[in-house]
Design a protein around this ligand. Structure first.
Ligand code: ATP
Length: 335
């Protein structure tokens, strides 16, 4: 096994959690308005597990991910508990944050050029990332870069070390970005719609690659997507977000087969039975609430055919009909 693969595979039942988020709120405060982007999110991820965050545009998926890396702008006011690999992210600053971003957690994006520098070769970018985290000679770092390009299955990897990002196709650029992200051997990979811009066949190749790497390296992965098929392909568990909160969470198979909350039920109802690849979330009549003036009760109530007075009157606490499933809906049996 090559050196990049030497991290032991960690089972998903491993004791220490990789992510603990408790009652996390993110508000963007400017002089004339406050946007309540994330409103009381609780999330857990075990080592070696893949969690998909699913939701419509504006539901708070990316802001939740950025809060995990402390990558939000100054206008963001964050509260709640955020721990990654046992470290309190909210308390980190300066060098500690830099070390955390490089060694514990890495992020990949929809647009690889946000992570790749157009003026340096792929090999140099990977080697420099390796050298930032390990004391290795330039030659040894380049050898590691080659291993990484082979690991992400870039054909003619040796030749591609000398290529600039613009010389690669979209799919290969995405693989190169994954190689850069893996260069520091992260325990946690955050993937924000990394395959959305790719055509369907390349998308499936990149997804299968990510799943394989995740299993080989024992990484935890949080994967943000609008795409039901992507979630079905890659996730162990799914968290569905609406208006900045997780409205339902559970194992992918159970949640997609039988969603408990009316929102995911509406989204998934017509599409759960196979053939979901490439399908984006369909719309439900009405629109999500304004994030500037959130309702006091369930934010989905104005669009919900099952809503009753109690849904509008006050907050709905998470309910657990069975231990590994959660839904914030009054109509789900409480536990
Ligand atoms: N820097 C910011 N300043 C003000 N509001 C912001 C900022 N970043 C995000 N928001 C707002 O926070 C809300 C949640 O945004 P977020 O990007 O997390 O949504 P998303 O679910 O990832 O959507 P998409 O799928 O379109 O990326 C949106 O209303 C967005 O406009």
């Amino acid at each position: 096994m090559s050196e990049v693969l030497e991290r032991p595979v960690v089972s998903s039942t491993s004791a220490s959690p990789l992510i603990t988020m408790r009652d996390v709120h993110v508000r963007f405060v400017t002089r004339d308005r406050t946007v309540h982007a994330v409103n009381g999110v609780d999330l857990d991820l075990a080592a070696g597990e893949v969690l998909c965050i699913l939701g419509e545009s504006g539901s708070g998926k990316s802001v939740t991910m950025r809060a995990l890396m402390k990558l939000l702008p100054r206008t963001a006011k964050v509260s709640g508990r955020i721990e990654v690999a046992g470290r309190d992210v909210t308390a980190m600053s300066g060098g500690e944050l830099q070390d955390f971003r490089g060694s514990d957690v890495a992020m990949i994006f929809q647009e690889p050029m946000t992570a790749l520098d157009p003026v340096f070769t792929i090999g140099r970018q990977i080697a420099e990332t390796v050298q930032r985290h390990e004391r290795l000679s330039r030659a040894a770092a380049m050898a590691r870069a080659l291993e990484l390009l082979e690991l992400v299955q870039i054909p003619s990897a040796k030749r591609r070390l000398e290529a600039y990002p613009h010389e690669l196709s979209g799919g290969l650029r995405q693989r190169a970005m994954i190689a850069v992200a893996l260069a520091c051997k992260p325990k946690l990979l955050l993937a924000d719609e990394p395959t959305t811009a790719l055509d369907a066949t390349v998308q499936i190749q990149v997804l299968l690659l990510l799943r394989k790497l995740q299993e080989q390296l024992g990484m935890g992965v949080v994967f943000v997507t609008h795409d039901l098929g992507v979630a079905g392909e890659i996730a162990d568990r799914v968290a569905v977000m609406y208006a900045g909160r997780v409205v339902e969470e559970g194992p992918v198979g159970a949640l997609m087969k039988e969603p408990l909350h009316p929102y995911p039920r509406g989204l998934l109802g017509a599409t759960v039975h196979g053939g979901m690849r490439g399908q984006r979330l369909t719309t439900i009549p009405g629109a999500p609430p304004s994030l500037e003036t959130l309702p006091v009760g369930c934010p989905f109530a104005p669009r919900c055919t099952e809503a009753e007075e109690a849904c509008i009157a006050g907050d709905i606490a998470p309910r657990h009909p069975v231990p590994d499933r959660m839904a914030r809906c009054l109509h789900v049996a409480a536990r």
